[in-house]
Design a protein around this ligand. Sequence first.
Ligand code: S3P
Length: 185
Amino acid sequence: MAKDNSKNNNIILIGFMGSGKTSIGLKLSYKLQLAVEDTDKIIEARENTTISEIFAAKGEGYFRKLELEVLYEIKNSSGRKIYSLGGGTPVQLQNQSIICKCGTVIYLRAKPETIYDRLKGDTTRPLLQCDDPLAKIRDLISKRSPAYERCADLIVDVDELEQSEIVDAIVNYINGENCNEDTCN
Ligand code: S3P
């Protein structure tokens, strides 16, 4: 597969909360010997507080503006890193075209039940602090899936896979993308 030169060289992990972006990002970082960054962590460090506090004190709209700023920085950066994006980042139409330029986009796709199993009891995701988190997860995933799919160069269905298999699927894709017909036959 030929490399798309309109994209930066980064690897961008997208997917719903709890789809494994952070842990797969770390494993991928080790395997590919690339630095990994998490956009939520960048925002928390800059604001010197947690995502929950930002939502509570300044609202979701403010958080989304900070997300957009970080996205522009990734798009305008040089070099190669792995970035895991917050689960809501691809939702805004404006963000989607920027994400596509940030690098090769990998969508970790998980079923609502998988997410619910992983995140039940979690208190760090403000959007899931409600009476029926499973219903909220189902609703958000059905609304967000088209956005995730539009951004993705590769979709990995993670529900039945071990982390090592997910990493291998991504590495195989990235290696294939870096091949060209002269050197890879
Ligand atoms: C959000 C996902 C979170 C975080 C914030 C909003 C979302 O990131 O950005 O709570 O809208 O789905 P993770 O996907 O890393 O949990």
